[in-house]
Each structure stands twice: as structure tokens, then as C-alpha cells.
Design a binder for this molecule. Structure first.
Ligand code: ADP
Length: 326
């Protein structure tokens, strides 16, 4: 598809360049030809009479043959110049068309990969549900408690799909739409986050330590809350039972800084460059069944929305530190 588009674009480039080139050639040829015609007129043999009536024969200034040769040379030179322009602009047009189309090609490939990944993630719970229902329907002696078990399991799968679709919606929302911004106390957005994550941390006996300062930024409170939820949720999720998570809000020059540190499983060096990619899950965390590998890409979109930066340092087995600077 892209080779076809590239060729089409090259033809358009060629058409424009050659039209201009041929137009210029025509103008040059017409100008010089007019001059030649002028000379040609001079070459005509003129006979005049002098004062005594004697006929004088004027010598032609140019040979007609020379003029027609000059005209032919001019045509040949212009033809060669146009041929050269055709070849050079053909090659450079093809290269330029490739360069122009490259970003579009990359975005389309990314889009395709995204759709394939999303459908794959949706297919897994759907297949599990379908298999359970089919087996149950074939079982003539299925009793109520067995049916309840299947309903419960199906409900779990439905929750997973709902989670996934919410994540996909968040991702597209932050990537496509501009969010309303207002003066926001970064520390305050964390209190709402803690209401959600507190019980999860308590269940895992993970202690959460705070060092919060009132730091104001221009931001979207809801998305900032989602950002902190993702990072703190991950810190708890990848902590060991009885572990510790430290959350700090500070000021660094004109920037606000949110630091979330855990002492959990950590991230392998080869995974670090990919953790913000969509659907990327490091091997060490594949056993975590809840994650789809979308959290950090949503976090990155939110940080981008605020023109900020997100950095991570991590050592396997020792923990990770995520720093957001806005
Ligand atoms: P997931 O839903 O799988 O957690 P994320 O996009 O939030 O997806 O994270 C991507 C991957 O980055 C995770 O699968 C995990 O391997 C790694 N990761 C993220 N946060 C942490 C953390 N605090 N500690 C260790 N690994 C982490």
C-alpha cells in the first residue's frame, strides 16, 4: 500500500517539477528564437541603389544554415537539461516521498499493532467465558451451586473486560482530547487516590509513607489523580507483602515533582526502555493477572498533556522510583 502511495506521490512531484521546467524551457526557447528570427531577417539578401543608381548587394550578417544549427543546438540543450531534471527529480522525489510518508506509515503500523493487541486481550476473557458456558450447557446434571460458580467466574472475566475498555478509553481520551486545566494542589490530588489504594495496600500489608508539600501547578485534577493512582497502584502491586512505599511531593525550581518509591520486585534493565509502551508487561510481572500493560502508557499520556517528564530508576529485587516533573 505504501509503495503504491510513494509512487503516486513521486509522480505528483515529477509532474509539478517537470511542468515548471518545461514552462521555463518554452520561455527560454521562445525568447532566443525571437532573437534568431531577427538575425534571420538580417541574413536576407538586400539590393539597394546608391546615389548614381548602381545596384549594391548587401552581404548577409549570418548564414541561414548557422542559425538553423543554433536553433537545433538550443533545442538539444534544453532537451538534455529537462532529461537531467527528470532523472534527478525522479530519484529525489522518490526519496522525499518515502520520507514524507514514513511518519504516517509508523502511526498506521502502531495503530494496527494496538488494535491487534487490544483484540487479543479482549479475546482471552471472552474465550474463557464462552468455554465455561458451553461446558455448563452440555452438563445435564448441572446444579445451582455449580451454576453460581460459573456465574461468579464469568463476572470476574466481565470485570476484566470492563477494566480493559476503561483503560483503552482513558488512553484515547488523553491522547486525543485537550483537558481543561486549572490551578491544582498536587498534594491534594493524592488524598483522593489514597482513598482508593489505601485498602489494597492494607490487604497486602504495605506501609505507605508521605512527605507532602503544598505545590501548585496548572493541571487537570482528574487526570493528575489518575496518574498518581496508576503509579501508587503499581508501587503497591509490585511490592512484597509487608513492604513499604514512599510518596513525596516537592518543588524543584519552577517545577513540581512527584516521587513514588517502592522496594519491591524492581524492573530488569532490558525492560526499562519499554515499560511505557502500550500492552508491555515485563516478564517478572506476567503472573500479575490484573494488569494489561496499559497503566504506564496512560501515565505517560497524562504527563505529556501537562508538558512534563516521567523518569524511572530501578534495580531488580531492590525496587523502583518513578519521578514525575511538571
Ligand atoms: P501493568 O498493568 O502490567 O502493571 P503498566 O503499564 O502499569 O502495566 O506497567 C508496565 C510494566 O512495568 C509492568 O508489567 C511491570 O513489569 C513494570 N512496572 C511498572 N511499575 C512497576 C513497579 N513499581 N515495580 C516493578 N515493575 C513495575
Amino acid at each position: 500500500m505504501f509503495t503504491k502511495a510513494r509512487l503516486k506521490l513521486t509522480i505528483w512531484y515529477l509532474f509539478i517539477i517537470m511542468s515548471v521546467s518545461l514552462l521555463f524551457s518554452f520561455v527560454i526557447y521562445s525568447g532566443i528564437n525571437a532573437e534568431l528570427q531577427q538575425f534571420e531577417r538580417l541574413t536576407m539578401v538586400k539590393t539597394e541603389q546608391d546615389f548614381f543608381g548602381t545596384r549594391i548587394r548587401r552581404t548577409p550578417a549570418f548564414e541561414p544554415k548557422v542559425i538553423s544549427q543554433t536553433r537545433q543546438k538550443l533545442l538539444l540543450t534544453l532537451g538534455l537539461i529537462n532529461l537531467g531534471i527528470l532523472v534527478v527529480s525522479g530519484i529525489s522525489g522518490f526519496l522525499l516521498a518515502g520520507k514524507t510518508l514514513k511518519p504516517i506509515q509508523l502511526v498506521l503500523e502502531e495503530q494496527k499493532r494496538f488494535i491487534a493487541d487490544a483484540s487479543h486481550e479482549l479475546r482471552t476473557p471472552l474465550t474463557a467465558m464462552r468455554t465455561e458456558i458451553e461446558v455448563a450447557l452440555r452438563d445435564k446434571k448441572l446444579n445451582l451451586s455449580e451454576a453460581r460458580k460459573i456465574f461468579r467466574s464469568n463476572l470476574e472475566e466481565t470485570n476484566k473486560m470492563q477494566n480493559l475498555s476503561n483503560n483503552l478509553l482513558s488512553l484515547s481520551r488523553y491522547e486525543v482530547r485537550k483537558m481543561p486545566m486549572k490551578k491544582t494542589n498536587l498534594s491534594q490530588t493524592l488524598s483522593a487516590t489514597m482513598e482508593k489504594i489505601g485498602p489494597v495496600a492494607a490487604r497486602k500489608k504495605v506501609e505507605i509513607g508521605f512527605d507532602l508539600k503544598d505545590v501548585y501547578i496548572t493541571g487537570n485534577p482528574d487526570s493528575l489523580q489518575e496518574l498518581s493512582t496508576i503509579l501508587i497502584d503499581n508501587a503497591v502491586k509490585y511490592s512484597h507483602i509487608g513492604g513499604k512505599v514512599l510518596i513525596k511531593v516537592s518543588k524543584s525550581g519552577i517545577h513540581a515533582r512527584l516521587t513514588i518509591q517502592d522496594f519491591g520486585v524492581g524492573i530488569e534493565k532490558e525492560d526499562l526502555p519499554h515499560i511505557f509502551d502500550r500492552f508491555y508487561r515485563a516478564d517478572s510481572s506476567r503472573s500479575e493477572k490484573e494488569g494489561y500493560g496499559l497503566g504506564l502508557s496512560i501515565a505517560k499520556s497524562i504527563v505529556d498533556l501537562h508538558h512534563g517528564k516521567i523518569n524511572v530508576t530501578s534495580s531488580p529485587g531492590q525496587g523502583s522510583t518513578f519521578i514525575v516533573t511538571i
